[in-house]
Design a binder for this molecule. Sequence first.
Ligand code: KG4
Ligand code: ZN
Length: 339
Amino acid sequence: MLGIETSCDETAASIVVRDSAGKAVIRSNVVRSQLDEHAAFGGVVPELAARAHVTYLDHIIAQACREAGLALGDVDAIAATAGPGLIGGVLVGLTTAKALAAALGKPLIAVNHLEAHALTARLTDGVQFPYLMLLVSGGHSQFVLVRGVGNYERWGTTIDDALGEAFDKVAKLLTLGHPGGPAVEAIAKSGDPKRFKFPRPLLREARLDFSFSGLKTAVRLQAEALAPLSDQDVADIAACFQAAVAEVVSVRAGQALARFKAELPEHTPQLVVAGGVAANRTIAAALDKACTAAGATLIVPPIALCTDNGAMVAWAGAERFALGATDHLDFTARPRWPL
Ligand code: KG4
Ligand code: ZN
């Protein structure tokens, strides 16, 4: 399976095969990040992203084939992200996949990007259904119950910013650069996570949703009150922000796992993490604690497969293809496409 991913700022292609024992193997996974193109703007500029996908995608696909030691004509089918995402980029990947499918006479599989994140742990860790997924990236923050391929229930989502987006905005206001998550985590190491008491939005409510914009505002007001900020102020604010989101995420994970146990008592609770924020050690440690307390298993795939990549799209395509699900060449790209 060839998998193509272009829904945000990574141009990616991968070939995933099954070995003679039927086990899935990633034969190549080429990702070209556009960080440099967008750095000066402090965030992803959709038009620039789409243009860069146009420039690089053909080369990335050729490289994925070369590294896999396969010709394009050897693949059984072609999978591409068809949404949700920045529509210009999605169109580049999906249209390229359609062209290849038409020219090679191969089936097309239009993959939901969220489904690709949701199924990755089955490729990397052989996780069995059902499981709870926590997707925390720059564009999404949600809990999804994954019962099977194509069988998803969203249990909670953010009502404003995504968690990665909150990290990016806090980094921007502390002038730490983009992407903000790694920068906030790095500087938080030398900060005092108890100096400021930032809010834990929605935490008292029973719902499994997130809200991060109020927290971001509290961070901004604190930064303005202290201005000009010393290096220690910046580190302390970063540490307190990170402590607040880690607490929110782990409390919510505990609540989601409690619901899992109540609704699926015959299954061991499993929590799978996806998205770039999974790289954050403080958040991962908080999730680990929540899972231990709930008697649940925590699965964190290798971070290169938690962030956007082609292998997750190829794998989701392979899972759907194995069930006979292919798509027509007139499949329309979807900027919004809830699971
Ligand atoms: O999944 P991803 O690579 O791309 C999409 O958003 O689809 O996630 C990127 C997001 C960015 O917002 C970035 O700041 C955040 O993940 N991130 C982190 C860390 N590494 C990346 N957030 C917190 N801590 C990190 N170490
Ligand atoms: Zn993603």
